[in-house]
Design a protein around this ligand. Structure first.
Ligand code: ATP
Ligand code: MG
Length: 322
């Protein structure tokens, strides 16, 4: 909606998600807070297992079992997604927030035509059959597909075409927030660029885009703001240029150093050690066992989030020392 204030699009506060497994509780997302404005483009980056996808699912209140959202708020256009009743939630998914997945083959129904599946997204949200049918050709064209593909089945399409279909389904109701979880990893470089251009055009129409990726080089090319996740927490958050040029958290620096081409003065260096087990994460700062700068306090107390510059935040004891 054009009357929403820019900072209103998405507010996440104190969000925690756990997987209740036989071995114990996996603290996959722990006390995460951030905001994103209208048309913002936010990248969530971090190593495998840092909780990116879990956070993405939580934004739709769609964490699969044995996962559970244990606390927090996800407010989109003033509505707390985590407090909605079943029916309201069903309506909110699609119209307030939608998701695009890594491999659309797993989310598209193999035995129904593309047109039928797109139509269902709309009719489930109160749009009449006739209107839905009328809108399908232009929706397909808006994602760069010929209207005739409505009659095709998923297996008749290429990987790139299927991803376009899933984007068409995700944007059919013009959601306020689009979560894209590794949307191009299964695609070749040329198609990857086309899909990322398409996501960019969706953003320009007013949708807030959350791009989840382990590919920092991709995020560097595309997003406006970056949230860096480590072991279930956002350790740094800020505009892309500032975070990439002037990273404040030792983990962000290590992550950038591990990627060829981003830090020109150095050879890529792998981050020493491994991410922790999230059933028993390290006390204090979760990064301390891998951090060269770790001090005593880092092993005992969780670092507070510090504003290190305009709209630039990081959680590290080095930054709070006076
Ligand atoms: N269904 C599940 N049951 C138990 N633990 C899970 C489940 N799904 C994820 N986890 C755990 O939750 C943590 C976060 O996983 P998540 O998939 O969100 O990470 P990610 O950052 O998306 O990783 P990747 O880059 O590999 O996609 C990991 O420790 C993972 O092992
Ligand atoms: Mg993931």
């Amino acid at each position: 909606m054009s009357d929403a204030r820019k900072e209103d699009a998405l507010v996440v506060e104190g969000l925690s998600v756990r997987y209740f497994t036989q071995k114990g509780e996996v603290k996959a997302v722990d006390n995460v807070s951030f905001t994103a404005g209208l048309s913002d483009y936010l990248g969530i980056v971090g190593e495998s297992g840092s909780g990116k996808s879990t956070l993405g699912y939580a934004l739709l209140n769609l964490v699969p079992p044995p996962g559970k959202i244990v606390s927090g708020k996800v407010i989109i256009r003033g509505k707390n997604i985590l407090k909605l009743q079943e029916e309201e939630l069903r309506k909110a998914r699609g119209s307030l927030v939608a998701m695009v997945f890594q491999d659309p083959f797993t989310t598209l129904d193999p035995v129904r035509t593309i047109g039928d599946q797109i139509k269902e997204v709309m009719t489930e949200h109160g749009i009449s059959e006739e209107e839905a049918k009328e809108r399908i050709p232009s929706l397909l064209e808006s994602v760069g597909l010929p209207a005739r593909l409505a009659k095709s089945y998923p297996h008749q399409l290429s990987g790139g075409q299927r991803q376009r279909v899933s984007i068409a389904m995700a944007i059919a109701l013009r959601p306020a927030v689009l979560v894209a979880d590794e949307p191009t990893t299964a695609l070749d470089v040329v198609v990857q660029r086309q899909i990322m251009d398409l996501i960019e055009s969706v953003r320009k129409m007013g949708t807030t885009v959350i791009l989840i990726t382990h590919d920092i080089a991709l995020a560097a090319q595309r997003v406006e703001r970056i949230a860096v996740m480590y072991a279930g927490k956002i350790v740094e958050y800020g505009s892309k240029d500032v975070v990439l040029r002037n990273p404040a958290h030792p983990y962000t620096r290590a992550l950038l150093n591990s990627v060829p081409g981003l830090r020109v003065s150095k050879w890529p260096e792998p981050i020493p050690g491994f991410p922790p087990n999230l059933i028993n994460p390290p006390p204090g700062c979760r990064f301390h066992p891998r951090c060269r700068h770790a001090m005593d306090v880092c092993k005992k107390e969780e670092p507070p989030v510090v504003e290190v510059g305009p709209n630039h935040y990081a959680a590290c004891w080095l930054l709070s020392r006076r």
